[in-house]
Design a protein around this ligand. Structure first.
Ligand SMILES: C[S@@+](CC[C@H](N)C(=O)[O-])C[C@H]1O[C@@H](n2cnc3c(N)ncnc32)[C@H](O)[C@@H]1O
Length: 255
């Protein structure tokens, strides 16, 4: 792997080297690190990357909700054939920040400013990174359906999400609220924007059920990230056998 991008150590911490606010804490080739929003832990993104342990080599990768682009650049440096980074226009530093770090690391993600739910993708993807996005969506089910459609037959979908802490064998979504102390706030003032407020936090049974509904198999991943952020969940989904009726798939994902 290309170092020092994937190292936990760094030289100096820099605040906004391009006069933008940063969400991701991103390594620079000289060993410095841009400070992101998680001021107490500049390694939060690299920890998640190591926990994903995604094999992206020679793969076509889609990074949904790419934000400052840590994971898009990581995928290219780890050998992805190509990476598309998509984010809605409500993220003020997109695509300025991803363009800044891509140039520094001499890589070229395809950058798309759009909503992944409506963007007319002309390709399918071998690896889809869907990190920190699920609970920002008003319609989780439409999102899962879209993800299944833009997925190549042997693809891998990585989902990272805030989890409900309700431990139940029942598949449950906990609604985000500003009135009731739920696991995270709703941020009601931002409801008019796409992908800013919080909506629904799944428990583990809910994630497994969502995967099953859209013909995915589901594996929960554990690692340095989930050890340090225990209320977050990381899942690897793969296409599973489609439910059939009379020999035909019940749900035709490519139509
Ligand atoms: C919490 S941030 C996560 C950023 C990054 N993926 C990570 O895990 O660090 C969620 C990002 O998803 C973007 N987003 C939310 N809904 C989206 C949608 N429907 N299409 C594209 N981007 C979306 C937001 O603008 C934001 O940049």
């Amino acid at each position: 792997m290309c170092q020092p991008f994937f190292q936990l150590t760094y030289r100096n911490l820099l605040a906004g080297p391009n006069d933008q606010k940063w969400f991701h804490s991103v390594p620079l080739p000289n060993g410095d690190r841009i400070i992101g929003a998680h001021r107490g832990d500049p390694n939060v993104q690299v920890k998640l990357w190591h926990t994903l342990a995604a094999d992206v080599s020679q793969k076509r990768v889609l990074d949904i909700g790419a934000n400052d682009g840590y994971y898009s650049v990581a995928a290219l440096l780890a050998g992805a054939a190509d990476v598309t980074a998509i984010n809605t226009a409500d993220c003020p530093a997109f695509p300025a920040n991803i363009s800044f770090i891509a140039k520094r690391w001499n890589v070229s993600p395809q950058i798309v400013v759009a909503d992944f739910l409506t963007y007319p993708f002309d390709a399918t993807y071998d690896v889809i990174l869907f990190l920190g996005v699920l609970y920002h969506l008003e319609n989780v089910f439409a999102a899962m359906r879209r993800l299944r459609k833009i997925f190549s037959p042997n693809g891998m979908l990585y989902i990272e999400t805030q989890m409900s802490q309700i431990d139940s064998p029942l598949p449950l979504f906990e609604a985000a609220s500003d009135k009731i102390p739920t696991i995270a706030e709703q941020n009601k003032e931002a409801l008019a924007y796409v992908g800013v407020s919080n909506f629904l936090f799944p428990n583990e049974a809910c994630m497994r059920n969502l995967a099953h509904s859209y013909d995915f198999t589901c594996e929960r991943l554990e690692g340095i990230y989930t050890r340090d952020y225990s209320s977050r969940g990381v899942f690897k989904l793969k296409p599973g056998p489609s439910a059939t009726e009379g020999g035909r798939p019940v749900l035709a994902w490519r139509s």
